[in-house]
Write a protein that binds this ligand. Structure first.
Ligand code: SF4
Ligand code: SF4
Length: 379
């Protein structure tokens, strides 16, 4: 099959009922179904299933998009699996709840696809070209399928600023191991290298981003849905994320640490991107982004500054249902019943926020961070 390297397509998609039309255009731009989709194969649709969020909350990949892609693949006699590994320890019954609430179960039934939990088989992988993560345990699902289509959701993220195609690979790490990596690599620059390293071993053959309804503000779980009305297709996760950053209104996407580091490691060359626009408007300058103060400072200074001026998690006890999920999901053991937080232990990984399905945890910048943001912008 043809792999149009460096091509990123942006398609106007006003709502989830228009998905088929956009997919048809995307397929045409890539040279037709035979060039873009396999036949008689096992295909994994790697989606974002952060936790049991309803589709309209815009936390997870929308099931209508997944269903449409699955239908097209099944027509070509493929076996289609839909899956992800959400954060924290997930029992089979919790996974079933996640599939139901996110609408994935219905999408699978309607299309004839199968649902799969990634936490059933694990294998050790080496990453020889890694900057930080030379060995990692990952789900072995990658070895059981012939073709992988990543279907991320465009959202803000407290730690990585943007979650799209690159960060989606974090879901190949089984449940609680995700938290351990946050503890090993608490610095945002190191974590940026970690997700870049992961991209080396988590191949996707095709990426189709759900940027129809995205999340702005307090992402990745407590933000606000925003109609960006776009479907984005590509094959290179870094190039796709570069364009997603543009959609979010970054005039310079390299302000995002993992894109900046990808550029430094020569993994990304924005000049090579061949952008195909199938829409009149695609940049949202007022998209509410998450900012980090002092990104341009040397690491030890920016680390100190982030401690006092960086975005912090805050609990809204009026919304809290005392499910304790945040406490179990905190890799730094910074949370106790209440919930209460020990700020000295907190590494600002935002795992608790990702895991609170009641939007009772939000991120807030201290006054110093707000002042610096006014002076420096996102720098
Ligand atoms: S903050 Fe959220 S996750 Fe934590 S106990 Fe309350 S409802 Fe549960
Ligand atoms: S309190 Fe939340 S943000 Fe802080 S370390 Fe724990 S999970 Fe991460």
């Amino acid at each position: 099959m043809l792999k149009p390297r460096h091509q990123v397509g942006v398609y106007h998609t006003p709502d989830y009922f228009s998905v088929d039309k956009s997919l048809e255009l995307l397929i045409k731009d890539w040279g037709g179904e035979d060039q873009i989709f396999p036949k008689n194969s096992t295909v994994l649709l790697k989606v974002n299933l952060l936790f049991a969020y309803r589709p309209e909350q815009a936390c997870t990949t929308h099931p209508k998009l997944v269903e449409s892609i699955a239908r097209k693949l099944i027509k070509r006699n493929n076996r289609v699996l839909i899956g992800d590994s959400p954060g924290g320890w997930i029992s089979l019954s919790t996974m079933d709840k996640i599939f139901t609430v996110t609408g994935m179960k219905k999408a699978a039934i309607n299309s004839g696809a199968e649902l799969i939990s990634f936490d059933q088989g694990v294998k050790q992988y080496s990453i020889p070209r890694a900057a930080k993560l030379f060995q990692i345990k990952l789900t072995d699902i990658m070895e059981k399928v012939d073709f992988i289509i990543s279907i991320p959701k465009l959202k803000t993220h407290g730690l990585t600023l943007l979650t799209g195609a690159v960060k989606l690979n974090y879901g190949f790490i089984p449940g609680s191991l995700k938290g351990e990596l946050h503890v090993r690599f608490p610095d945002f620059r190191d974590f940026a290298d970690v997700i870049l390293d992961l991209s080396e071993v988590c191949p996707s053959d095709l990426i189709i981003v759900d940027a129809i309804q995205s999340m702005e503000g307090n992402g990745p779980a407590g933000g606000t849905p925003i109609n960006t009305s776009l479907l984005v297709g590509g094959v290179n996760p870094l190039e796709v994320d570069y364009i997603l950053a543009k959609i979010m209104g970054y005039t310079n996407p390299l302000e995002i640490p993992f894109l900046q580091q990808a550029r430094q490691r020569k993994l990304l060359n924005p000049e090579k991107i061949k952008l195909q626009l199938r829409t009149d408007s695609w940049i949202y300058p007022d998209f509410k982004k998450i900012t980090k103060p002092g990104l341009f400072l040397p690491p030890h200074l920016s680390r100190m500054l982030l401690k006092i001026a960086g975005t912090k998690v805050v609990f809204n006890l009026d919304k809290c249902q005392h499910c304790n999920r945040c406490i179990f999901s905190c890799p730094a053991k910074a949370l106790a019943k209440g919930p209460t937080i020990d700020r000295r232990k907190c590494i600002s990984c935002f795992c608790c926020q990702e895991n609170c399905q009641y939007s009772a945890i939000y991120s807030e910048k201290p006054w110093l961070g707000k002042v610096l943001e006014k002076i420096w912008g996102n720098a």
